[in-house]
Design a protein around this ligand. Structure first.
Ligand code: ATP
Length: 442
C-alpha cells in the first residue's frame, strides 16, 4: 500500500465527481474549485460531523450562522484593514510576484525566486504589503462610503454577536459559539489543489472563558480537535501538533498550536487553535462603543472574557481525508483503488446493483430495495457497467456496501451484501436488510 500523490487525488476527484476546476468551460478561474456530486456529499458529511461534535454533543456551545457581509468598521476593529497583509516581492528577472515568507533560502542565506531561481535582494527590492481582503461595494454607488469586504474569516461574526447569544441563551462562562461558513482571501499564491484558495469554508469556534482558566481550555481544545481528526480515521502518524514559537504569535495572542497533516506536498496546517486573550472583544467594544463585558452574578463583576479559538478549514479537512483514505491494492493481479473513508464521511453508504440490467424483474426489485433503504440511508442505484466494474467504481468513491440483486434474489428474497474494505460477502434476507445496516452503525 502506498501513499497517494496529489496527481492521483486530483485525477480521482475529477474522474469520479468529487471536485472540478471552477468555471472550467471558460478555461477556469484562478484556483477556484467546484464540488461535484460526491464532493458535495463529502463536505456535507464533514460539516455535519463537526457540528455534531462541537454543537450537538456539548452542553457548553451554541451554533451561529452570521452574514458574510459585515459593517466595514468590523474589519477596522479586528485589525484586518491595517494588518491583514502579506509582504510581497517581485522577481526582477521573471516578473512574477511572491510572498516573502514563501521564498526559499540557499546556503548563503540568499532568498531565491521559486520560479526562475534568480536571487531576490530584499534590501534593493523591499517587500510591499498587500491586503488580502476582497473588496466590494454595497448598493448602486461605487464610492468610498459603499466599500465593504467579503469576510476573510467567520470569527468576527461570532464576536459581534457575543452579547446577542449570551442574552438570548442565558449563558454563563465558559461557553462557546460555533459557526461554519464561507470566507474569502485574495491569496497571492493559491495552490496545492483545494488547500489554498481564494474562496473557502471555515469551521470556527470562539470559546469564551474566565481569564484565569484560559490556558487550561486552550490545551483542552487542542486535544479535543486533534481527537476529532483521529476519530474520523486520519492516520496518527500523518497528524502532528506544532506549537507556535513566540516570534510567530500575533501581538495579542498568548498561545497557538497548529494541527498539521502530512500532505503529499509536506506538513501543512489543517487547523489552528489559539488563546487570543481578550483582544477581539476589547477591540469591538472600543470601536462600537458598546459594553461587551460579561456580567458574572456570583462575584457581581463585569469583565471581558478570554477566548480560545479552534479555527479549521472545511476544504483542507476534506482534502486531508481524501488523501488519507486513498489506497491502491492488488487483488488477483489487478489494481484496486479504494477510498477508505470513515463511515460517517463516505458520500454514499450503500449502492444497489442489479446483476443483469436487462432483466426487468431484477431491476424492479433493486429499485424497490432502494425506495425502502433510501429513506434511512444514502443509497444509489447503478447499472452502467458489469458487476465487477461497478464494484471497483464504488470502491473508488468510498461506498461502504454494495447490495447485489441476482436471479436467485427473486426466489429466495435475499441479496448479496459486499463490504468495501474486506470485500467479504453476506447473503442477507430482504426483510433483515435495514437491521443489517443499522447493526453496522450506518
Ligand atoms: P495559512 O498560514 O495556511 O495561510 P492561516 O494561518 O492564515 O493559514 P487562519 O487564518 O488561521 O489560517 O485560518 C484558519 C483555517 O482556515 C486554516 O487552518 C485553514 O484550514 C483555513 N484556511 C485559511 N486560509 C485558507 C485558504 N486560502 N484556503 C483554504 N483554507 C484556508
Amino acid at each position: 500500500m502506498s501513499s497517494a500523490s496529489m496527481e492521483q487525488i486530483v485525477s480521482l476527484c475529477k474522474r469520479r465527481g468529487f471536485i472540478f476546476p471552477g468555471s472550467e468551460i471558460y478555461g477556469g478561474l484562478g484556483s477556484t474549485w467546484d464540488y461535484g456530486p460526491l464532493g458535495a456529499e463529502l463536505k456535507r458529511n464533514l460539516k455535519q460531523a463537526w457540528w455534531k461534535s462541537v454543537v450537538h454533543e456539548r452542553e457548553d456551545t451554541e451554533g451561529l450562522d452570521a452574514a458574510i457581509l459585515m459593517h466595514p468598521v468590523t474589519w477596522k476593529a479586528s485589525g484586518h484593514v491595517d494588518g491583514f497583509t502579506d509582504p510581497l516581492v517581485d522577481c526582477k528577472s521573471c516578473k512574477r510576484r511572491f510572498r516573502v515568507d514563501h521564498l526559499k533560502e540557499d546556503k548563503k542565506k540568499q532568498k531565491k525566486c521559486p520560479d526562475c531561481g534568480q536571487v531576490i535582494d530584499l534590501e534593493k527590492n523591499p517587500p510591499r504589503l498587500f491586503n488580502l481582503m476582497l473588496k466590494t461595494y454595497l448598493g448602486p454607488v461605487e464610492d468610498e462610503s459603499a466599500i465593504t469586504y467579503l469576510r476573510p474569516e467567520t470569527a468576527q461574526g461570532i464576536f459581534v454577536n457575543f452579547i446577542n447569544v449570551i442574552d438570548s441563551r442565558h449563558r454563563k462562562l465558559p461557553f462557546g459559539i460555533a459557526q461554519i461558513g464561507k470566507s474569502f482571501r485574495n491569496e497571492v499564491t493559491p495552490g496545492n489543489f483545494t488547500f489554498r484558495t481564494r474562496e473557502f469554508e471555515q469551521m470556527e469556534i470562539e470559546y469564551f472563558v474566565k481569564p484565569d482558566d484560559a490556558q487550561k481550555w486552550y490545551k483542552e481544545w487542542v486535544a479535543v480537535r486533534e481527537k476529532w481528526y483521529l476519530d474520523l480515521g486520519i492516520k496518527k502518524d500523518k497528524l502532528r501538533l506544532r506549537v507556535h514559537p513566540k516570534e510567530e504569535l500575533a501581538h495579542y495572542a498568548i498561545g497557538c498550536t497548529d494541527i498539521e497533516y502530512l500532505f503529499p506536498f509536506g506538513w501543512s496546517e489543517l487547523e489552528g487553535v489559539a488563546n487570543r486573550g481578550d483582544f477581539d472583544l476589547k477591540q469591538h467594544a472600543q470601536f462600537s462603543g458598546k459594553d461587551l463585558r460579561f456580567y458574572e452574578q456570583a462575584s457581581n463583576q463585569r469583565y471581558l472574557p478570554y477566548v480560545i479559538e479552534p479555527s479549521g478549514g472545511v476544504d483542507r479537512a476534506a482534502l486531508a481525508f481524501l488523501v488519507d483514505a486513498y489506497r491502491e491494492e492488488e487483488v488477483k493481479g489487478a489494481k484496486r483503488v479504494v477510498l477508505g473513508l470513515h463511515k460517517n464521511l463516505a458520500p454514499y453508504k450503500i449502492a444497489v446493483l442489479p446483476l443483469l440490467k436487462k432483466r426487468d424483474d431484477i431491476v424492479q426489485l433493486a429499485k424497490k430495495i432502494i425506495s425502502g433503504l433510501g429513506k434511512k440511508f444514502v443509497v444509489k442505484y447503478d447499472d452502467t457497467a458489469s458487476i465487477g466494474k461497478l464494484y471497483r467504481r464504488q470502491d473508488e468513491i468510498g461506498t461502504l456496501y454494495c447490495v447485489t440483486v441476482d436471479v436467485e434474489s427473486l426466489q429466495d428474497n435475499k441479496v448479496t451484501v459486499r463490504d468495501r474494505d474486506s470485500m467479504l460477502q453476506d447473503r442477507v434476507s430482504l426483510d433483515k436488510l435495514e437491521e443489517y445496516f443499522n447493526d453496522k452503525g450506518l
